[in-house]
Structures are given as C-alpha cells and as structure tokens.
Design a protein around this ligand. Structure first.
Ligand code: PEP
Ligand code: MG
Length: 575
C-alpha cells in the first residue's frame, strides 16, 4: 500500500531506491550468515566486546566509590555486571554463533530475547522490571561490537540504490556512512541544523530528518521516493508517480550540470561587488567536493570530526598530516581550521561524562581549556601545517574575553615550543573567533580588539538566542532563523565588524540557504561559508543580485517585528 511521510528536508534532490533499515543506538541489528571459517572470528569479537564492557563497568564503579549516589549507583553497576556474566548471554551467545553461523550482533540480541523472557516469568514486580537493565547491558555490548575498528556494517542489499532509514543517528554514526553509497538518508529524529543533519547534508544526497515514524512504518526493501527539498517520502509508489519523479530527477540533474558552467566565474554582484564563497568541511577527503564547486577557500573545517569513531585521540602527527593535506590541496587559498568543537552531540567515544544540558556544558573552547594537553597537541599540529598554505585558526563558542586571552596564551606557548624545536610555522597566523553565543554578539567591541577575524555560527546563535535545542525535533518548529532577535543580532555583528574593518563571515547553515543570500548581502556580508554542494546555487543568486536594490528592503525587514510582514518583505526581496 502506498503512503506518504512528511519530515524536515535537510538536503535537496530526489532519490528513488530501496529501503535499508539501520540503527546504531537501538537493538535493531542486521542478521547475516558468516562462512564456517569466520565463526571463530565472530566468537572472539564477542569475547572482546564482553571484556571491553566489563572494563567499562569496572571503570565506572571505580569512579563512583565516593559521593552521595555511590551506594545506589554501585548496586546498579553490580546488577549490570551480573547480567553481563549471566551464561544465557555470555556462554549461550557463543554457542548460538557456532550453531547458526551468524554475526555476533545477531547472536547477542537473540540471547537477549531469551533472557528477557526469563525475566518476564519472575513474579516479583521489581525484578521483572530489570528487563530494561538487560537491554542496557546488551546495548553496551553492541556498542563495543559496532565501535570495534574491524567492524564493517552489513552489506547493502541493493548496491547503488539503497536508502538509509534510521530512527536516530549521532553525527559520528553519519560520518561512517561517508564511506558508503546510499542514495538518500532518512531519520525519525533530528532538527534542521543538528549536526546529524549537517553531516547528512555533506553526503550530498537527499536527506530528511524528523520523520517521527519512518523507522516503524517502512519495511526493509520497500521502494521509496525521497524528495529532499519538500521533506516528503513516498512509500511503495505506483508506476505513474514513479515515472513523474524520474522525470523530475532528470530535470534536476540537467540543472546541476548547467550550474557547473559558473564554477570558475568570480562571484560578483550586478553592481560589481565581489563576494567570497567558501566551503565547510568535516574531513580532508571533502576537499574534492570543495574544488569541484569552485570554492575560493575553506571557511570552516570542523576539525572535531577527526576525533570521532575511534578509541584513541589523534596524535600531533596524525592531525598535522590531515591539516597539511587540506592546506596543500587548497594551494594557497585560505583554510580556516576550527579548533575541536567536541562535547554536546559530538562526544569522544571514551568520554563517560554525560551532562544534563550538554549544549550548555563543557563544549568547544571550554573543553579545550579544560584539557590543556589535548588543546596544545592540536595547536602545534595546526601551526606546523601552517607553512604549507594559508591556514587560519578559528575558536568555537567563545562567551567571554578571558577565554580569548587564555586561547591566545595557548597559541603563543605552542608557537614558542615550535621555535625552541626549530620547527617552522607561519608566525603571522590569524586567530579568529566564532560568534555564536548572544553574549559575544552583544560585547563584540571587546572581542574585536583581540581577534583577527569573526565567523558567525548562526546554528548555535539561533539555538542560544531562542533557547531551542537545535538537535531536538520536538521543538524544531520553534527554531526560527527569521526571528527578529536573530536577524538583529546577525545584522549587528556584520555592521560592527564592517565598521571596525575586521573580516566577518557567516558559516552557519543560513549561509547556504538561498532564502538568506540577499538578506545577508543587504546586511553587508561579503563572505559566506557553506556546504560545497550549495555553493553554485548561492553563486547564481549573487550573480543576479544588485546591492542598491537590496539594501533598502533589508533595512525594512530589520525594522519589522511581525513574522508575516518579515515573510512578505523577504518574498519581495527574493522575488
Ligand atoms: C554554527 O554553530 O553555526 C556552526 C557553524 O558551528 P556548528 O554547526 O558546528 O556548531
Ligand atoms: Mg556552532
């Protein structure tokens, strides 16, 4: 039966293919048969995972020996340890692999069902409730299995036309999919500017988040049409609908090819103002896409993605190689490396700490300053790479001047250590700051005195101004990039920076959103940084824009406080 699902489209385009259901967090693991000679390998993977979880529980136990919740939490960890050692899980899962020649993930979830059924029989209500602990323990084992470096996700059933359908994925999960060929990407949860959506967008395939029930309603192998621009999924479409979308798909492809013609043209408005169009990247391999779309620099290298999906931190040499690769490939064009913005939704695999409000917690520069060694390693790696191109350092989530002072101190120390070791680097490397917290926007004068350039992180600026968790789909409808408070803050930052003569750019998602191109130009913005795939459509808009026509209308939009009026004026501006 055909039906339609609606979500929030985060990456445009049309894909037609077969559903591939997947989930990292939930206990929905793929089943696959393994050859006889691989059975012992699967058993030892399971053993390794059990050992890892045992060590994890012991480490947690050691960390809670004191403190008010020690007794309660300790008992809870003991219970988890008992469940882990229960032969139904530990021994029987291995027998299951041997008897059924299956993958370790499948065996452990099958044994989980057996153990859960045993709990179901228990008369004592309290003990019966411990079923949830069984699930938690198995989740830990699965995480250890899936996160194991040797792990390769189940092979795709339809090579070349698989559409990934997941309930929820972390940015780190999505990153893994960069190596796989999916034609589209669907999730039940996530907001428009969540990092999950951002990484999905960087895969450059149609993507929709906040579908709510897709994972439940879509079955493996269902034929799907995904319209990323409209945020619509059509499940099991009839032939008529299919041929209509195939036609639209080829029209879009044609348009994409046409856009390539403006790749090498300078981005200049009709009145002759030159605009810098830079790209955002997550990994060095993304540079190919940056070049394909003719970006004149990298405005945001989210370096924290080098730290995800691994057990150990990348050392100085590894980071240096990554930064140098990007600098070299960009051949002297600017490369702005943001120091790691870890914390919140991008946690290190081995980080045990879960904060109650992670977006307001130890994130980005706060974490860097709390982990001096890690920060110093990164700064040295960036400085060492700086002689191979034009590298700038960008500091995320600044909220107070003391953070800038401390950061500059760290940079100077890293420079001095390199001087002592006679390692060359760019002495004049520029250090800029992300303006993404209202406090920074409101105290810009003091920030500008200490920084070489500014980059406006509108994704977070909106989140913190409106107090809307950008990753939470239940408040996604309130995440309003056109809120008068947001527009006024953004305009204020651009105006103040221009007046002071300090370079300013926008690297949040609105920089690649056509709805905002003219508005930002009218605010005085001359440098944008966005996903490479959005660059040519934004360039086309720049080429068609005339600043003297735009500026009066943007001023009117700034003065308006009624959402309907703002939308009407914006339609006129973009009309
Ligand atoms: C932003 O906040 O706008 C930004 C560009 O950084 P991130 O999305 O990585 O938080
Ligand atoms: Mg940010």
């Amino acid at each position: 039966m055909s039906f339609v699902l609606h979500g929030v489209g985060v990456s445009g385009g049309i894909a037609i293919g077969h559903a591939h259901l997947a989930s990292h967090a939930a206990l929905e693991v793929a089943h696959h048969t393994v050859p006889q000679d691989q059975v012992s390998n699967e058993i030892s993977r399971l053993d390794t995972a059990f050992t890892a979880v045992r060590e994890e529980l012991e480490a947690l136990h050691a960390s809670v020996v004191s403190g008010p919740a020690a007794a309660e939490y300790g008992a809870f960890l003991d219970l988890h340890r008992m469940i882990l050692d229960d032969p139904t899980l530990s021994t029987a899962a291995k027998t299951y692999i041997a008897q059924n020649q299956c993958n370790a993930e499948w065996a452990i979830t099958q044994q989980m069902d057996v153990l859960m059924a045993q709990f179901e029989e228990i008369e004592d209500a309290y003990l019966r409730e411990r079923k949830t602990d069984v699930i938690q323990v198995v989740e830990r084992v699965l995480k250890a299995l899936l996160g194991h470096p040797g792990y390769v996700p189940a092979p795709l059933k339809h090579d070349g036309d698989s559409i990934l359908v997941a309930h929820d994925l972390s940015p780190a999960d999505v990153l893994q999919y960069k190596q796989h060929w999916f034609t589209a990407f669907l999730t039940d949860l996530g907001g428009l500017t969540s990092h999950t959506a951002i990484v999905a967008r960087s895969l450059n395939i149609p993507s929709i988040v906040a579908l709510h029930h897709a994972r439940q309603l879509i079955r493996d192998n269902d034929v799907l049409i995904v319209d990323g621009s409209q945020g619509v999924v059509i499940v099991d479409p009839d032939e008529h609908v299919l041929s209509e979308y195939r036609l639209r798909q080829s029209q879009l492809e044609l348009e994409k090819q046409k856009l390539k013609r403006i790749k090498t043209i300078a981005a200049t408005t009709l009145d002759g103002t030159t605009i810098e169009l830079h790209a955002n990247i997550e990994l060095p391999q993304d540079v190919e896409q940056v070049k394909e779309n003719g970006a004149t620099g990298i405005g945001l290298f989210r370096s924290e993605f080098l730290f995800l999906n691994r057990d150990t931190l990348p050392d100085e040499d590894e980071q240096f190689e990554a930064y140098r690769t990007v600098a070299r490939k960009m051949r002297g064009l600017p490369v702005t490396i943001r120091t790691f913005d870890l914390g919140a939704d991008k946690n290190l695999d081995h980080a045990k700490r879960v904060a109650a409000n992670p977006a307001l917690g130890l994130r980005a520069i706060r974490l860097s300053l709390a982990e001096p060694q890690m920060f110093n390693t990164q700064l040295r790696a960036i400085l060492r790479a700086s002689r191979y191109g034009q590298i700038h350092i960008l500091v995320p989530m600044l909220s107070s001047v003391s953070e800038i002072t401390q950061t500059l101190h760290f940079v100077e120390n890293a420079k001095q250590s390199l001087r002592n070791e006679k390692i060359p680097f760019d002495e004049k490397i520029q250090v800029g700051g992300m303006i993404e917290i209202p406090a920074a926007a409101l105290c810009l004068d003091i920030f500008m005195r200490k920084l070489d350039f500014l980059s406006i992180g509108t994704n977070d600026l909106i989140q913190y101004t409106l107090a809307i968790d950008r990753a939470d789909d239940s408040v996604a409808h309130l995440y309003d990039s056109l809120h008068p408070a947001v527009l006024r803050l953004v305009a204020h930052i651009i105006r103040s920076a221009n007046r002071t003569g300090i370079p300013v750019s926008v690297c949040g998602e609105i920089a690649g959103d056509l709805v905002f191109t003219r508005l930002l130009l009218g605010f005085g913005l001359r440098s944008f940084s966005m996903h490479p795939a959005q660059l040519l459509t934004v360039k086309r808009e720049v080429l068609r824009s005339n600043l003297p026509d735009i500026i009066p209308l943007t001023q009117k939009i700034l003065k308006a406080d009624d959402p309907d009026r703002i939308h009407a004026l914006l339609m006129k501006l973009n009309g």
